[in-house]
Design a protein around this ligand. Structure first.
Ligand code: IPM
Ligand code: MG
Length: 371
């Protein structure tokens, strides 16, 4: 390994994970061969497939590999057998715990409407065309991790399940800061989404975002929406958004909803980032926002684009290769413009292609662009 070589851990995971990662890996190889990307790739596993062999969703060695790498590219987790895994193993060793243990609190979920797909959306083309927004989801706190949480017996054979939506001032400020920084690089507009009219945590969230904006980002236009209204605005007029910053659960829900804009959940990539440490290294985890889709696993029909776009994000945010990221995004736009469609984005196109054929088509467009 040469001294400046960087490492990427590649983890297929469960369900359609191996199929979509399979295509993404071909794209990684293309960039290695044609653009001298020079990544040292380490293949690992995570998920139900690991649990079946080792009684844990992730082995320590894998977590260490992720921690030591410059980036991780991940497929999906879950599916058959997941619900039968004891709850403490799911919460302590699952994907959510990896995000938290490596302090990857900033989850960047771009929502871009490809021109060729505006007719595949369930929303009207004029609503969707031109949308280019980022949902910045807080990923280490809020309702997913707040204490106390659990399921308890309350007598008479009855039980009570509970979670806590909680944020501290530093937790709010660090994610809001990422939001302001992203907005500064883009359209200069940050929308903070909360539920300040009903929740104390939302009231604090709003106060802290306003305070940080006034102190450090006076040039970023800041507005606030309650989450219920924000969800309506996502389907009513998504072009009003540039960067949205929000609580963990709100961001989870909102990003699935916003996937309607992209035509399919299979289109959306994500990056989960920590703050840089003293040496300037940060944890970075790239994955599509969809799940493991057990209903179509093993059929070679899943859309690999969300995963391949996640690799484009890795080139942009971890490997200082913004031109290569743009090249890959253009190859995908061209593939879609040429009418190549997996079933989920078929719209009114009559023939759809397999996962592998979508990979072929994207590689072909890369070859054309590189000529
Ligand atoms: C996501 C997913 C996960 C989440 C699931 C699989 C636990 O929905 O990344 O959006 O809720 O964060
Ligand atoms: Mg989700």
């Amino acid at each position: 390994m040469t001294k400046n070589e960087r490492t990427m851990v590649v983890i297929p995971g469960d369900g359609i994970g191996s199929e979509i990662i399979g295509q993404a890996s071909r794209v990684v190889e293309w960039f290695d061969r044609h653009r001298g990307l020079g990544l040292d790739i380490k293949e690992r596993q995570l998920g139900v497939n690991v649990y079946e062999k080792h009684g844990t969703l992730i082995q320590d060695e894998t977590l260490e590999a992720i921690e030591a790498a410059d980036a991780t590219l991940f497929g999906a987790i879950g599916g058959d057998g997941y619900d039968e895994i004891p709850r403490h193993i799911r919460t302590e060793t699952g994907l959510l715990s990896v995000r938290r243990r490596l302090a990857m609190f900033a989850n960047i979920r771009p929502v871009v409407a490809f021109d060729a797909l505006v007719d595949a959306s369930s929303l009207k083309p004029e609503i969707v065309r031109g949308v280019n927004m980022i949902i910045l989801r807080e990923l280490n706190g809020g309702l997913y991790f707040g204490q106390p949480r659990g399921i308890e017996d309350i007598g008479n054979g009855e039980r009570r399940g509970f979670n806590t939506m909680a944020y501290t001032t530093p937790e709010i400020r660090r994610v809001a800061r990422v939001g302001f920084e992203l907005a500064k690089e883009r359209g200069g507009h940050l929308t903070s989404v909360d539920k300040a009219n009903a929740l104390d945590v939302g009231e604090l969230w709003r106060e802290e975002v306003i305070r940080l904006g006034a102190e450090e980002y006076p040039d970023v236009l800041l507005n606030h929406l309650y989450v219920d209204n924000a969800m309506l605005q996502v389907v009513r007029d998504p072009k009003q958004f540039d960067v949205v910053v929000t609580e963990n659960t709100f961001g989870d829900i909102m990003s699935d909803c916003a996937a309607a804009i992209g035509g399919s959940l299979g289109m959306l990539p994500s990056a989960s980032l920590s703050d840089p440490d003293k040496e300037g290294r940060r944890q970075a985890f790239y994955e599509p926002i969809h799940g493991c889709a057990p209903d179509i696993a093993g059929q070679n029909v899943a859309n690999p684009i969300g995963t391949i776009l996640s690799f484009a994000m890795a080139m942009r945010h971890s490997f200082e290769r913004p031109e290569d990221a743009t090249l890959l995004e253009s190859a995908i736009a061209n593939t879609l413009a040429a009418g190549v469609r997996t079933a989920d984005i078929a719209g009114d196109v009559s023939t759809t292609v397999s996962t592998t054929a979508m990979g072929d088509a994207i590689l072909d467009q890369l070859d054309r662009l590189a000529r």
